[in-house]
Write a protein that binds this ligand. Structure first.
Ligand SMILES: Nc1ncnc2c1ncn2[C@@H]1O[C@H](COP(=O)(O)OP(=O)(O)O)[C@@H](O)[C@H]1O
Ligand SMILES: [Mg+2]
Length: 156
C-alpha cells in the first residue's frame, strides 16, 4: 500500500490516522532521506495520540518523550554513529516497554525492532509531494494499515 500526500498538512493528517490507532508497545519505523517528511508525520501521530506539546526533530538528543493517551517515545537516529550506540541508550525500554515508539531512520536498527511493527518508507517526489509506502509486519499492523488506508481514501 502507498499514499501520496500533497502537502505537510496531508502528511500530518495521515500521521494522525495512525496515531489514533496506536497502543502501548507499538513501534513505527520511518525510513527516508532528510526532508522527506518523517518528523512531519510524527507530529501527526502525536496529535492522534492526544499529545498537545509540539513535536520537533530532536537536534542533539536522540530520544524525546511525550505524554498522551499512550506515552510516545520519539527517537531520531540520524546522528547515531554506529548501531552499538543504541545499546548505551537502553533501547529495550523504548522498543519493548509500555509506550508507543516512533523511530526516524529506524532501518539503522532493523534487527532490534520487535518482529511485529509498522515500517513506513518516504520518497521525496517534488517540493510538495511525498510518497509514503506501508510495510506492516504482523496481523495487527496489517489491519492498522488497511484501516488507515481506508479512512484516507474516504477523506479524498
Ligand atoms: N507532502 C509533504 N509531506 C511532508 N512534508 C512536506 C510535504 N511537502 C512539503 N513538505 C516539507 O518538507 C519538510 C519535511 O521535513 P521533515 O518532516 O522534518 O523531514 P524529515 O524528518 O524526514 O527530515 C518540511 O519542511 C515540510 O514543510
Ligand atoms: Mg526528522
Amino acid at each position: 500500500m502507498e499514499i501520496i500526500t500533497n502537502s505537510p498538512e496531508e502528511t500530518r493528517k495521515l500521521g494522525e490516522e495512525i496515531g489514533q490507532r496506536l497502543e502501548e508497545g507499538d513501534v513505527v519505523s520511518l525510513t527516508g532521506e532528510l526532508g522527506s517528511g518523517k518528523t512531519c508525520l510524527t507530529q501527526g501521530i502525536g496529535i492522534g495520540l492526544g499529545i498537545t506539546e509540539v513535536i520537533r526533530s530532536p537536534s542533539f538528543i536522540i530520544v524525546n518523550q511525550h505524554h498522551g493517551r499512550v506515552p510516545l517515545y520519539h527517537i531520531d537516529l540520524y546522528r547515531l554513529e554506529d548501531s552499538s550506540q543504541i545499546y548505551e541508550l537502553g533501547y529495550e525500554e523504548y522498543l519493548y516497554g509500555k509506550s508507543a515508539c516512533v523511530i526516524e531512520w529506524g532501518e539503522r536498527i532493523e534487527p532490534l525492532l520487535p518482529p511485529e511493527h509498522l515500517s513506513l518508507s518516504f520518497t521525496w517526489l517534488d517540493e510538495t509531494r511525498r510518497k509514503i509506502q506501508f510495510f506492516p509486519s504482523g496481523n495487527r499492523f496489517q489491519d492498522l494499515a488497511d484501516a488507515v488506508s481506508q479512512s484516507c481514501r474516504l477523506a479524498r
